[in-house]
Design a binder for this molecule. Structure first.
Ligand code: NDP
Length: 494
């Protein structure tokens, strides 16, 4: 497809985005001069070039961020909101282009990429509002024995200073925005390190903020290898908050090296769905046929495991398999394609291998699991042992494992029986069962009569157990990206 896009003021390109990175308001190359290609996982086409930064570039960005944070925290909330609202308008105006970039670099279908890109503007608006709501508490100090009415106590919220934001490949706009927008709204400077496979979207979104008038120093976006750049960012004492979304392994590593600073970690998962005998089976199958395969299953809240009661297990599979077989793989840019690629051919190979091993261990492949490069046909695997790696380890691919549980106790035990606890769904027509699921399933988000693959951007969102620490969503993120200061005014007894 020949489509010309206007990215810079002076350069028209044919699906080729030659981008500089953003260091404290200046678009520039890496200090080393190194750059690398960003390629489409579908056909290997080069979609752009970005700088390969080093730890030196990180230190430069942090130096600029110190000045930026100092200026931005002195900027009144109404002025911060004005700039963010302008950035939101620009994000809306550019949503079509952003979608094209997402689809090109991540292999996401154009329909899904359009849905993702179109959320940026509203997310910035929600965060901008929350940034104006930094209320504190009045402290009833005289209720504490030994203090009287001569003192006044209250709390104030202030920005933490510099936030390091590190994001994964699977939602290159949404997950970037869930960090940038609240961090900036709360008055912080941000240094963002997007995933190496999907840096173009992050750079395009950053441009909305700089074009909206964000002051110099406040935002940097550094592109290059996560190991060295991430390490330089996370360990630097000037960073007061690390907001990380990615794998549990990298998240655990960050907890070991970060030192004393605030951490939010949105990590991996193996999300369960429980289908009880009184469930609407067609609804459950429809929801799983979406929730297991959106973005080729590369979603932290993707349905990985379905736990059915034996009374409805066969009916559920009969309803599910044709719906999954109706999913169309192919060129992500085609509107006919309903499931895109995995992020790389190597990732598709990994998922294909996991499906094969599950089958070797006795599970039954009912459909899918065939690979062509980074494309893997959507799979349903039945009779999966809940203790097997196919259930226990995060799959992050387009396959759903179906197992059965004879009673409520064992269904809950299976649902809770992995190291993770991000999202869960339960299908039932019985309100008591729903209440019990809410109480007993250990997951950060529990959905009744839908799968965990559902998110409204304003809701508190985050995992339990190995799925993470802290919550995102604009209100929660603004709270986590600010510090509470307690102030006591000492009068004299009268
Ligand atoms: P990774 O953990 O591999 O990478 C995430 C980010 O961390 C990337 O920007 C990566 O850079 C960077 N990184 C790599 N090494 C380090 C390091 N040593 N220190 C600091 N940063 C580092 O995850 P993926 O990109 O593969 O994303 C998939 C994972 O993200 C899945 O586990 C998924 O569940 C999770 N996720 C969780 C969500 C949640 O809300 N709980 C939402 C979405 C995804 P580089 O790309 O250059 O390697």
């Amino acid at each position: 497809m020949q489509c010309r896009v206007h990215l810079n003021d002076d350069a028209w390109t044919d699906w080729y985005f030659e981008m500089e990175m953003l260091i404290g308001g200046t678009w520039q190359r890496a200090a080393s001069g190194q750059a690398e290609d960003v390629t489409s996982p579908y056909d290997g086409a080069v979609t752009g070039t970005v700088p390969v930064a080093s730890a030196d570039d990180v230190r430069t960005a942090l130096g600029r961020a110190e000045a930026g944070a100092a200026a931005w925290r002195r900027t009144p909330a109404h002025e911060r909101m004005r700039i963010l609202l302008r950035a939101a308008e620009l994000a809306d105006e550019r949503a079509g282009l952003t979608a094209e970039i997402i689809s090109a670099e991540a292999g996401k279908t154009i329909a899904e990429a359009t849905g993702e890109a179109s959320r940026s503007g509203d997310l910035i608006r929600l965060a901008a509002f929350e940034g104006t709501q930094l209320y504190g508490d009045a402290l009833p100090l005289d209720a504490n024995r030994g203090t009287g009415l001569d003192k006044l106590g209250f709390t104030v919220r202030q920005p933490v200073g510099i936030v390091a934001a590190i994001t994964p490949f699977n939602y290159p706009a949404l997950l970037v925005m869930h960090k940038l927008a609240p961090a900036l709204a709360a008055g912080n400077a941000v240094v963002l390190k997007p995933a190496r496979t999907t840096p173009l979207t992050a750079l395009a979104l950053a441009r909305c903020f700089t074009d909206a008038g964000l002051p110099d120093g406040v935002l940097s976006v550094i592109t290059g290898p996560g190991g060295s750049l991430g390490e330089a960012l996370v360990t630097d004492p000037r960073v007061r908050k690390v907001s990380f979304t990615g794998s549990t392994a990298t998240g655990e590593h960050i907890t070991r090296i970060a030192g004393v600073k605030k951490l939010s970690l949105e990590l991996g998962s193996s999300c369960p769905v429980v289908v009880l005998p009184d469930a609407d089976i067609d609804l459950a199958a429809t929801a799983v046929a979406a929730g297991g395969y959106v973005n080729a299953g590369q979603v932290c809240i993707s349905v990985q495991r379905v736990i059915t009661h034996p009374a409805v297990g066969a009916d559920f599979l009969d309803a599910l398999v044709p719906k999954v077989e109706a999913i169309r793989t192919g060129n992500p840019r085609s509107h006919q394609t309903t499931m895109g690629t995995l992020i790389t051919a190597a990732e598709a190979e990994r998922v294909e291998g996991s499906i094969r091993r599950a089958v070797d261990d006795g599970a039954k492949l009912l459909t899918g699991g065939e690979r062509d490069g980074a494309v893997l046909t959507p799979a349903v695997v039945a009779g999966v042992d809940p203790r097997s790696p196919f259930s226990q380890e995060e799959l992050f691919g387009p396959a759903v494992a179906v197992s059965s549980a004879d009673d409520w106790e064992s269904a809950i035990a299976q649902a809770n029986g992995t190291p993770y606890g991000l999202g869960a769904g339960i299908f039932t027509s019985d309100v008591s069962g729903a209440v019990r699921a809410v109480r007993e399933i250990d997951a950060g988000n529990v959905h009744i009569n839908w799968t965990p693959l559902w998110r409204a951007d304003l809701m508190p969102y985050g995992g339990l157990k190995a799925s993470g620490i802290g919550k995102e969503g604009p209100r929660s993120a603004v709270a986590e990206m600010t510090d509470v200061k307690t102030v006591i005014l000492h009068g004299r007894p009268w």
